[in-house]
Design a binder for this molecule. Structure first.
Ligand code: FES
Length: 106
């Protein structure tokens, strides 16, 4: 794997009349920008990558993001949560349980 941590942040944006909300309409873009800043500040560009992505189809729980290689999904992420996720999960491998989404196994 190229990166030790790979962060995908939904920034899907539907038009304003769409029946579902979308992460890009709320804070998805700002969340991605803040992760990128933190990666720069910590000089981790070769080891950690944050990038915007499209819909994970769990829009109502958004804003949504996921961290690999663990495959930990976070929902309802606000801009104020980014530093917590960065500090706890990205730097110290401890997922932030209060924001973590769990899915039933199929
Ligand atoms: S718009 Fe973000 S999960 Fe669907």
């Amino acid at each position: 794997m190229k990166y030790e941590k790979h962060i995908f942040i939904c920034n899907n944006q539907r038009d304003e009349n769409a029946p579902r909300v979308s992460c890009g309409e709320t804070t998805g873009n700002e969340i991605a920008a803040r992760f990128k800043e933190l990666i720069q500040e910590h000089k981790l560009r070769m080891r950690v990558r944050a990038q915007r992505t499209s819909c994970f189809d769990i829009c109502e729980k958004g804003p949504i993001m996921v961290v690999y290689p663990e495959g930990v999904f976070y929902g309802g992420v606000n801009l104020e949560d980014v530093e917590d996720i960065f500090e706890q999960h990205i730097l110290n491998n401890r997922p932030v349980e209060r924001l973590r989404l769990h899915f039933e196994k199929r």
